[in-house]
Design a protein around this ligand. Structure first.
Ligand code: OGA
Ligand code: MN
Length: 297
C-alpha cells in the first residue's frame, strides 16, 4: 500500500495512511512523508502503537535526534522516566504516578500551554517534533497548531518590512517568566537557560516560503526597548493564532503527530492533569542551522 496524504487543513495539515510506523520505512515511504512535511507542515498518523525504540527508529528517517538536557528542562537525570532519546510530555513521575498539584515539574510543564516552537531557546533550534499519544485523557488535552507561513503572508506590507531583519532573544526564562515560574528557578537552571538569538522571519530551505518565527520563549528584540518588544510580539502572536491559521488535534491513543517547528507554533490545551493520565512522548529532530548569529557568552 502506498503512502496517502489527505489534507485536513488545505496546505497545512495532512492525515497520512498506508504506512506502518512500527516497521522500518522503505526509502519511498520516508521520501513521501518528508515531501509531505515540506509541502504541509503537520502530519497526523492514526493507529501507530509504537514502542519507544520504534518511535526513535521512525524519527531517524528525518535527521539526527535532539536530546533533552539540563538546558531544555528542570528534570534531573535521576528523575527521568524515559530514555534520553525522548522528551517526556506526560504528567507522570519516574514511578508512573501523577504529578501532584504543586509538583515543580508539573508547574514547569504548564509552559507547554503557551504557543511555542520547540527548543527555539537553543542556538540551533529543532526541525521536526514527533509526538506519540500513548495514553490520552477522556476529555481535553488537544494540541493546537498554528501556521506561521500563512501568518506571515497575512501581514500588511508595512509590518512585513518592519519584521524583516528583526532578531529576537529566546529563553525558557521568558516563557516560564510569563507563568511566574522564574522565581522558582535555581541559579544553575538560570545559567542553563541563557537567551539565544533567532531571526523573526525564517525562510524554508526547500519551498522558499517565509514564516514568522514566534514562540513563548521570545522575550526581547535586539535594539528595541523591552516593553515595546513584548507588546509587539504579543500583537504578532495574537494575529498569528487566529482561527484560520489554527488546527486542533483531538488525540486518540496510538496517534503520532509530526510537525515542522520552523514553520509552525503549537500549544497543549487544558485537561484534568492532576486526575487523569496523559502519557505523551516526543522525539525531536535537530535543526540544521542557526537562524541568527550568536553573541559570545
Ligand atoms: C510538545 C508539546 C503539547 C501537548 O510535545 O512539544 O508542546 O499537547 N506538546 O502536549
Ligand atoms: Mn512543544
Amino acid at each position: 500500500m502506498a503512502v496517502h496524504i489527505k489534507e485536513l487543513t488545505p496546505g497545512f495539515v495532512g492525515e497520512v495512511s498506508g504506512v506502518d510506523l512500527t516497521k522500518p520505512l522503505t526509502p519511498e515511504e520516508a521520501q513521501a512523508i518528508d515531501a509531505g512535511m515540506d509541502r504541509l507542515a503537520v502530519l497526523v498518523f492514526h493507529d501507530q502503537p509504537v514502542t519507544d525504540e520504534q518511535q526513535v527508529a521512525f524519527s531517524l528517517n528525518f535527521g539526527q535526534l535532539e536530546r533533552p538536557d539540563n538546558k531544555s528542562n528542570i528534570t534531573k537525570a535521576q528523575d527521568r522516566r524515559l530514555s534520553p532519546d525522548l522528551a517526556d510530555i506526560s504528567n507522570l513521575d519516574r514511578e508512573n504516578r501523577l504529578h501532584g498539584r504543586d509538583d515543580r515539574q508539573r508547574l514547569f510543564n504548564l509552559g507547554n500551554r503557551l504557543w511555542h516552537s520547540d527548543s527555539s531557546f537553543r542556538a540551533t533550534p529543532a526541525k521536526y517534533s514527533l509526538l506519540s499519544g500513548r495514553i490520552v485523557p477522556a476529555e481535553g488535552g488537544d494540541t493546537e497548531f498554528a501556521d506561521m507561513r500563512q501568518a506571515y503572508d497575512a501581514l500588511d506590507a508595512k509590518t512585513k518590512a518592519e519584521v524583516e531583519h528583526l532578531i529576537c532573544e529566546h529563553s525558557l526564562l521568558y516563557s516560564r517568566g510569563a507563568l511566574g515560574f522564574d522565581d522558582d528557578l535555581t541559579e544553575d537552571e538560570k545559567q542553563g537557560f541563557r537567551p539565544v538569538r533567532q531571526s523573526l522571519v525564517r525562510v524554508h530551505p526547500k519551498s522558499g516560503r517565509k514564516s514568522l518565527y514566534l514562540s513563548a520563549h521570545a522575550g526581547r528584540i535586539v535594539g528595541m526597548p523591552t516593553p515595546e518588544a513584548r507588546i509587539f510580539l504579543r500583537e504578532l502572536n495574537e494575529q498569528a493564532t487566529k482561527p484560520p491559521f489554527v488546527y486542533a488535534h483531538k488525540w486518540r491513543a496510538g496517534d503520532i503527530v509530526m510537525w515542522d517547528n520552523r514553520q509552525t507554533m503549537h500549544r497543549a490545551r487544558p485537561f484534568d492533569d492532576v486526575g487523569q493520565v496523559r502519557d505523551m512522548r516526543r522525539t525531536t529532530i535537530a535543526g540544521e542551522a542557526m537562524t541568527a548569529e550568536q553573541i559570545a557568552a
